[in-house]
Design a protein around this ligand. Structure first.
Ligand code: ADP
Ligand code: MG
Length: 725
């Protein structure tokens, strides 16, 4: 029989009609389908510990899961009182360990035979008899030759999910592995490439056939990574091709503003700054500049971790827009942040002929009226404000450029309301590192992304520590000491005033007490959301001017606030805050060349109950995640300053469902890609696909017809794209 990928799996050795039916039930009909039934995990030597090492971990308080490989030495059912348990005694290179089951004994007791090898995983404990024990572990059977090979040559073993349909045909781990192995050996070479040569070459990807082989039985761990990457890249490439085709059709319809960039004054301005722009800022600026110069409307997302210097990039782009005679709207999520941008920008504008106005909710009617008139008559060039900007009566006749800061605080609807104030302004959206909604928007293909992946030079990494309420005395003396050296502190509380419902500290009463006691020798100030705008503005102004040392605050200062002299951030009841919130708050310090500190205060009882000492998500099971969420958040903060990593952890803690909302309409289901981890690949894929499609929109050149075929045969359906227009 000639070999063919469409061969029914019924004809594969050890399958036959009965098992073929079971395979059909899980969507596998042909040999080809089986080639893409990838392992759910792999066992490699680096992920296996032996009995001695595991016992050490347990003694040191490790609370996660482990995997051991051992041979069954003995099995027994032990009765105690009315109950019974099933115990399997196992042995590995380090010694003996036992696996126990309290339930399902009937089922498990026949599975384990003396002499068989198993890989078992669960959370280890040491029993009161001193035995290393795994209760109700996950287990995978290994054949003799496999376990020998594994131990001797370090060969990586794939594990496949054996569905209940397959199990019912007496197909187990080992036999499924063997069937798939044979199919891969016999048929993988028939698989055709699905990516254009140019893409494979430029990204140095594994070809499809090699990737399939290595996904199943990798020659080495890095080959497995390469294989995965290849499939991720393919998936993302096709998603972005679909977006690009869609976008390409749209773009032909609307035309935007073509700004002229006057290079000389711009260069002068950049040189007059008190610092030198980072490489990353310059790169991003050149991307924005290209967009502004083109007659297609810009729709760009500027992403960068807190403190990476997004604002100055926005300011420079704003200058380009106003020097072309257009008006600019700059929207920020809070009054305080809008005001900060306003003041900041106003200083830069002093040397120019341009002006700016602030438009926020709390302003006096008379002032507001004057400003609105100025905007309407095109006398005001730059309007900075909160969502007050999007109100109906704000008429911005020459609006040519829109900047939205900390976009995750705004809904998509608010954004489009501002943008629709004129025909098609260029739009720059800014956000700290990766906010899932921006990801989903990326997926819809309506934003280009620029990333600032570098912090300004001379920044020291912020030191983050966990302290209990009992240690607050020390924290206050530290604050006082630093105040005497001219450094400033934020102290954040979760509540404004005491609450009957919530047993949490509030800023008002703590401020009253602490300013008269612990901090009576230094200068303090208070800000919170219940104060009126005049009061808030005054407090922020004098804190920025260094007129006092410590600002007691609620989370009104959470986003965007830039007080370079502040070096200490104290967060009370830190266990109550979400991870991205904590990271944003911490980002208020670390904005100069001094050492900054973030002190997370939590209750003594929380601190002493802390079990998760080191955050290793690989090892945490889902129940652990649930149980230790607040601990994981706090420890993650201590362990890393990297907003990217924290977002990943946050994603894992909250689950994609919660972050994306109710399966936001049409977010594609990926087989290989993880939206948080693979953001770089996503950005690259977008670049590649958009370039390819704009060079060859009809997909006629070279081997590009592959793309057409793949889209038609596979991806339109896989990504739920009903059409491309
Ligand atoms: P974010 O990206 O969080 O919005 P900001 O734009 O507020 O960060 O910038 C943080 C601080 O770093 C500001 O005080 C800003 O003036 C300063 N800054 C920006 N770019 C640089 C740079 N290239 N070198 C030194 N400091 C910079
Ligand atoms: Mg900012």
């Amino acid at each position: 029989m000639s070999k063919d990928l469409k061969t029914s799996i019924q004809y594969i050795k050890s399958v036959g009609p009965k098992r073929a039916e079971a395979f059909n039930q899980i969507g596998i009909h042909t040999v080809e389908d089986l080639l893409y039934y990838f392992p759910s995990k792999h066992l490699d030597r680096s992920s296996i510990l032996n009995t001695v090492k595991v016992a050490q971990l347990v003694i040191n308080g490790y609370d996660g899961e482990v995997t051991l490989i051992g041979k069954v030495e003995d099995t027994e059912i032990i009765r105690y009182g009315k109950k019974q348990l099933f115990k399997v005694q196992m042995k590995d290179s380090g010694g003996f360990f036992e696996c126990v089951w309290f339930q399902g004994i009937k089922f498990f007791k026949d599975l384990f035979k003396v002499g068989q090898a198993y890989a078992v995983s669960s959370k280890p404990v040491i029993t009161r008899y001193g035995n290393l024990q795994l209760a109700h572990p996950d287990f995978d059977k290994l054949s003799d030759s496999e376990s020998l090979e594994f131990l001797n040559t370090g060969k990586i073993i794939p594990f496949y999910r054996v569905s209940k349909e397959l199990k019912s045909t007496k197909l187990g781990d080992i036999s499924l592995r063997r069937i798939i192995h044979n199919v891969v050996e016999d048929y993988a070479h028939l698989v055709k490439e699905t990516l254009p040569k140019q893409v494979i070459a430029s990204k140095n990807l594994m070809d499809r056939c090699t990737a399939i082989k290595n996904f199943h039985t990798p020659e080495a761990l890095n080959k497995l990574d390469e294989a995965r990457k290849r499939f991720k890249c393919e998936e993302l490439f096709y998603l972005q091709c679909l977006n690009a085709l869609r976008r390409f059709k749209q773009k032909k319809k609307i035309s935007g503003i073509k700004f002229n960039v006057h290079a000389k004054p711009l260069k002068q301005f950049i040189e007059s700054l008190p610092f030198r722009l980072t490489e990353a800022q310059l790169k991003v600026l050149s991307e924005i500049r290209k967009d502004m110069e083109s007659d297609e409307p810009m729709n760009r997302l500027l992403q960068g971790d807190v403190g990476s210097g997004k604002t100055i990039v926005a300011l420079i782009s704003i200058l380009i827009a106003v020097s072309n005679g257009y008006q600019v709207a700059f929207m920020a999520p809070t009054e305080i942040l809008a005001d900060q941008h306003f003041k900041n920008l106003s200083t830069y504008l002093e040397k120019t002929n341009f002006n700016a106005a602030l438009l926020i909710g709390g302003q006096k009617q008379s002032i507001r009226k004057t400003i609105l008139n100025g905007i309407k008559n095109n006398e005001i060039n730059i309007i900075i404000g909160t969502h007050a900007l999007i109100e109906e009566n704000v008429n911005i006749p020459r609006l040519g450029f829109v900047v939205i800061d900390e976009q995750h605080r705004f809904g998509v609807a608010q954004r489009s309301k501002l943008i629709s104030k004129t025909k098609s302004p260029d739009v720059l959206i800014m956000t700290a590192t990766p906010i899932p909604r921006t990801l989903s928007m990326t997926l819809y293909g309506d934003l280009d992304i620029s990333i600032i992946d570098q912090m300004p030079a001379n920044r020291k990494s912020i030191k983050t520590v966990l302290r209990s309420d009992n240690q607050l005395d020390k924290v206050f003396s530290f604050i006082e000491e630093k105040a005497n050296e001219g450094e400033q502190t934020f102290i954040v509380y979760p509540l404004v005033e005491e609450s009957e419902k919530l047993d949490l500290k509030d800023v008002v009463s703590h401020f009253e007490i602490i300013k008269e006691s612990h901090l009576k020798n230094i200068r303090t100030g208070l800000i919170h959301g219940k104060m009126n705008w005049r009061e808030k503005e005054k407090v922020m102004e004098s804190f920025a001017a260094g007129k006092f040392d410590v600002l007691f605050s609620t989370t009104v200062i959470e986003v965007g606030i830039d007080i370079p002299r502040a070096t200490i951030m104290v967060i009370n009841e830190a266990f109550r805050f979400g991870l991205s919130q904590l990271h944003q708050l911490r980002g208020r310090v670390g904005r100069n060349d001094k050492q900054s500190y973030c002190i997370l205060i939590t209750r003594e009882e929380h601190l002493s109950r802390m079990k998760v000492k080191k955050v290793d998500l690989e090892f945490l099971s889902n129940t652990d995640l649930e149980k230790y969420k607040s601990q994981i958040r706090l420890n993650s903060m201590v362990e890393t300053n990297d907003g990217f990593k924290l977002a990943e952890i946050d994603f894992k803690l909250r689950g994609p469902g919660n972050i994306f909302g109710t399966q936001q309409s049409g977010l594609p289901q990926f087989k290989f890609t993880n939206l948080i981890e693979d953001q770089d690949l996503l950005v690259e894929a977008k670049h590649d696909a958009f370039k390819l499609i704009s060079d060859d929109p009809l997909l006629n050149k070279g081997d590009h017809k592959i793309i057409k075929e793949q889209i038609k045969n596979t991806y339109l359906e896989a990504f739920n794209f009903s059409h491309i227009a």
